[in-house]
Design a protein around this ligand. Structure first.
Ligand SMILES: C[S@@+](CC[C@H](N)C(=O)[O-])C[C@H]1O[C@@H](n2cnc3c(N)ncnc32)[C@H](O)[C@@H]1O
Length: 270
């Protein structure tokens, strides 16, 4: 990655701690075999064609997933609802980007929120197409979405999949499609040294370049460069309970591995 003056020295310094994330498996599906099918090299990050093939296979397996993973989506939906209540305008029109199976959005819709779903692949969102409460947007970017129409955007476990350039472009588009006073909530993995990844690589297991782990300061520098104001940054442990911010040094956290996920709340100034 190169120095990027647009995000300032602070963002540039924190970009040094941006870490690649590797993965070998998605709910029992070998990512190497999906990469082969879609002609993706293992050292290239997964793209929309890859996700389309991945979700097609997962659909063939009836989207089998473990209970812990499914239950975590409800907890995240509750956390998002709390943040929306605190920071979004009343009765917000919400867009969730990179919605995946739409489990979090399903909970929010059932709780009465107005939520639309966006994805780079169409395989996983069939059940929402005929749902009169919502709308589905398919595309690998937000270019086709209307300007200043949304009051809130959720980016849940999605930003990590984007290169710095694509993430910056996405943030600029988020600023464009939000109304003034609107809120952007980014929920993402936190930076840590992934010992399980190191172990797999040392054992010679083949893993796909799955994305990037970014520091909270890099997220905020990028969002502020796109015109957002940072309202709140929170950190969560493995059970999705809030924890105090850890001390950090290049991906090492003290106390060790305290934060697994981060929630960053930004607003577009009115
Ligand atoms: C780890 S999943 C998270 C799904 C969902 N937000 C959740 O938390 O369950 C990441 C999602 O981002 C989607 N994605 C990756 N790149 C994207 C892009 N450029 N535009 C839209 N979605 C994208 C993938 O298809 C995938 O569904």
């Amino acid at each position: 990655m190169t120095a990027d003056p647009a995000i300032g020295l602070r963002g540039w310094l924190h970009a040094r701690a941006e870490r690649p994330l590797y993965s070998g498996d998605w709910h029992g599906i070998s990512l190497e075999s999906v990469a082969k099918e879609t002609g993706l090299r293992l050292d290239q990050v997964a793209n929309e064609h890859f996700y389309e093939a991945l979700y097609r296979r997962w659909k063939d397996a009836s989207f089998a997933s473990d209970d812990g993973w499914v239950n975590a989506k409800r907890r995240i939906a509750d956390l998002m609802a709390d943040t929306l209540r605190q920071y979004a305008p009343p009765s917000p029109r919400v867009l969730s980007i990179g919605a995946g199976l739409g489990l979090i959005e399903g909970h929010l819709l059932d709780a009465g929120w107005r939520v639309e779903l966006q994805e780079c692949q169409a395989e996983s969102l069939d059940r929402f197409r005929s749902d009169p409460r919502t709308r589905v947007w398919i595309g690998a970017d937000l270019h086709g979405l209307p300007s200043t129409e949304f009051d809130a955007i959720l980016s849940i476990s999605m930003a990590y999949a984007l290169s710095l350039e694509r993430y910056r472009a996405l943030l600029a588009d988020c600023a464009r499609i939000l109304r003034p006073g609107g809120v952007l909530i980014v929920w993402d993995h936190d930076v840590r040294i992934a010992f399980s990844t190191l172990r797999s690589r040392l054992r010679g297991r083949r893993q796909l370049f799955w994305g990037w782990l970014r520091t909270p300061n890099l997220h905020t520098a990028l969002a502020e460069a796109a015109g957002f104001r940072t309202e709140r940054v929170r950190f969560f442990d493995a059970s999705l309970s809030p924890v105090d911010p850890p001390l950090r040094l290049a991906g090492l956290q003290s106390p060790f591995g305290r934060s697994l996920a981060q929630e960053l709340t930004f607003t577009k100034p009115a």
